[in-house]
Design a protein around this ligand. Structure first.
Ligand SMILES: NC(=O)c1ccc[n+]([C@@H]2O[C@H](COP(=O)([O-])OP(=O)(O)OC[C@H]3O[C@@H](n4cnc5c(N)ncnc54)[C@H](OP(=O)(O)O)[C@@H]3O)[C@@H](O)[C@H]2O)c1
Length: 327
């Protein structure tokens, strides 16, 4: 498909009060897109709206909860009333909860699905009638490396992201020939407030599996995807393309590392009491793109990549050696 000119297009961005959603809205606005931003926190959305208006970007904010059908319909209605159209839906709103699967409260599991998976579907169903009428439109889903992989303590989150990718892939097939595109961005660990928002069963502050990237890396991938729709984008190398490749050739390596050290890797030595986090109600903390854990410096990422590449090379040589010996 031809590269799209984004100037004058209209995008709804969910989860825009912080993290990836906030930064994706900023980058889309800078690329000439008119914005309708949504999340539950009204003040945060207003802050983003003012920021965009100061940059000369048209932006409206419509608060809402992605689990409430009436709120979702209202966002789409207000966007259409204001701009007369909607071209891009950036499905971003997401939550997670840290705990062993059998210790996670059942309500956490169902709520995670209601937001991460059904929230994406609700918004897609709300815009699709307009997209079909227009004969064009783009549903751009913020996925995760955990839409394909897995991590301990995040079983419900990972399951919801796998489900959402499966749904998106089916939708993409149904829409062939309709002029409507579906894209997915597989996000690695990014330094957002997600880890300051998430509930935990462990009494220690959660942190992302290293290395951690700048959310702007993802925001720029969202803009590239908006320009070239219809793809599943993996924006980074180390915790992205290399990881997927390594998992394909030697799935036991990731399982061994994450099984042994994955749980500890995701906790900071900072006591925290957060049994519900932002699951059921928004919490005021953590507005804007960045969270408490800074992105991993480039030199550290490069050394980790070199280490992993060496490990992968060793595995490939080892397998080749074994195959030769068996002949
Ligand atoms: N951070 C990472 O390492 C990472 C890795 C892979 C994928 N992702 C994906 O990136 C997306 C954004 O996460 P993030 O890192 O930017 O986290 P974040 O800073 O916590 O942002 C989550 C956003 O979702 C909104 N939200 C949560 N529950 C909602 C609800 N019920 N209704 C409406 N909005 C709701 C939050 O706003 P309100 O609280 O104001 O509603 C917030 O704007 C998610 O889909 C996540 O799965 C993140």
């Amino acid at each position: 498909m031809a590269r799209q000119d984004l100037r004058g297009k209209v995008a709804i961005v969910t989860g825009a009060s912080s993290g990836v959603g906030w930064q994706a809205a900023v980058r889309l606005g800078e690329a000439g897109v008119k914005l309708c931003v949504t999340a539950r926190r009204v003040e945060a959305l207003e802050k983003l709206r003012h920021l965009m208006q100061d940059k000369g970007v048209e932006c409206i904010s419509v608060p809402g909860d992605v689990t409430v059908q009436g709120d979702v319909d209202q966002v789409v209605r207000e966007c259409l009333a204001h701009y007369g159209r909607v071209d891009i839906l950036v499905n971003d709103a997401g939550v997670q909860s840290y705990g062993l699967f059998d210790e996670l409260p059942w309500e956490h599991i169902t709520r995670i699905f209601d937001i991460n998976c059904f929230g994406f579907m609700r918004f897609a169903r709300a815009v699709l009638p307009h997209f079909r009428q227009q004969g064009s439109g783009h549903i751009l889903n913020i996925q995760s490396m955990l839409s394909k992989g897995s991590a301990p303590l995040l079983s419900a989150y990972s399951a919801s992201k796998h489900a959402t990718l499966g749904w998106a892939k089916s939708l993409e097939m149904e829409l062939v020939g309709s002029g409507i595109q579906v894209s997915n961005v597989l996000v690695p660990s990014v330094a957002t407030n997600m880890f300051a928002h998430a509930p935990t069963m462990f009494g220690l502050a959660p942190k992302p599996v290293p290395p951690t990237y700048d959310p702007d890396v993802v925001a720029r991938a969202v803009v590239r995807c908006a320009r070239n729709p219809g793809k599943t984008s993996v924006p980074v190398f180390l915790q992205g393309r290399l990881m997927l490749w390594l998992n394909g050739i030697a799935p036991g390596v990731g399982k061994f590392i994450m099984g042994r050290w994955g749980a500890r890797m995701q906790m900071r030595d900072e006591p925290v009491e957060r049994p519900e986090g932002n699951l059921f109600h928004a919490i005021p903390q953590g507005v804007g793109p960045y969270g408490p854990v800074p992105p991993t410096p480039k030199w550290k990422r490069y050394s980790m990549a070199a280490g992993l590449a060496a490990l992968a090379g060793g595995v490939v040589l080892g397998v080749a050696g074994l195959a030769r010996a068996a002949r």
